[in-house]
Design a protein around this ligand. Sequence first.
Ligand code: C5P
Length: 238
Amino acid sequence: MEKGQLLYEGKAKRLYATDEQDILWVEYKDSATAFNGEKKEEIAGKGTLNNKITSLLFERLQEAGIASHFVKQLSDHEQLVRQVAIIPVEVVTRNVVAGSMAKRLGLEEGTVLKRPIVEFYYKDDALGDPIITEDHIEIMELALPEEVTQLRENALKVNEVLIGFFKEVGVDLVDFKIEFGRDGNGQILLADEISPDTCRLWDTETKQKLDKDVFRRNLGNLTEAYELILAKLGGQHS
Ligand code: C5P
């Protein structure tokens, strides 16, 4: 397979065309950004870690029957994915209060929720990705009502499966963000990435943060935390 022209460059990834129709070549970058791009740093090895962790998690999610864009890991920092039209809605699932939920609602970080909750955010950098409701999604024609139901159900299923993986290795899945896209047939597929950049992961025993909060809050060495997650999941870092 040949890598074609650059189609898109985001904060953490570059997407290239390939010589195969509907298959894209993804390159993970070493950039770390937070607060809508206000805090930015190059962290050597971060792209490799996220590519490996995402590949591992998407493989295991596919084994659990969750349809996604993931095709295969190509190299340390590259993977192949199916092309989808991304639905501009970030789907956040929470098991424990943290981050913007703690801040917005004045709730204590670390409070375990009675059941998982799902939130939707409008994916728009200029607006700072505002929280939206299912009515907004429908009125703004971002997705059909039955698709919104599917996003919510898929998010809860991904949550259930991911909680299981992480529990086995002594990690609490606090919350995470996922994105979905439509393929050429209009089928909704899980897309983008699932990594410590997009999840909150706490050591079950010590509650040590092993995710991007290490960077957001200057809590220490980000690559050490991500390496620990990769190792716990059974992956290897070169
Ligand atoms: O900041 P907040 O508490 O809303 O984030 C919830 C979860 O979604 C966190 O795991 C965070 O890393 C993830 N997230 C993300 N990309 C965003 C916003 C949140 O990956 N643009």
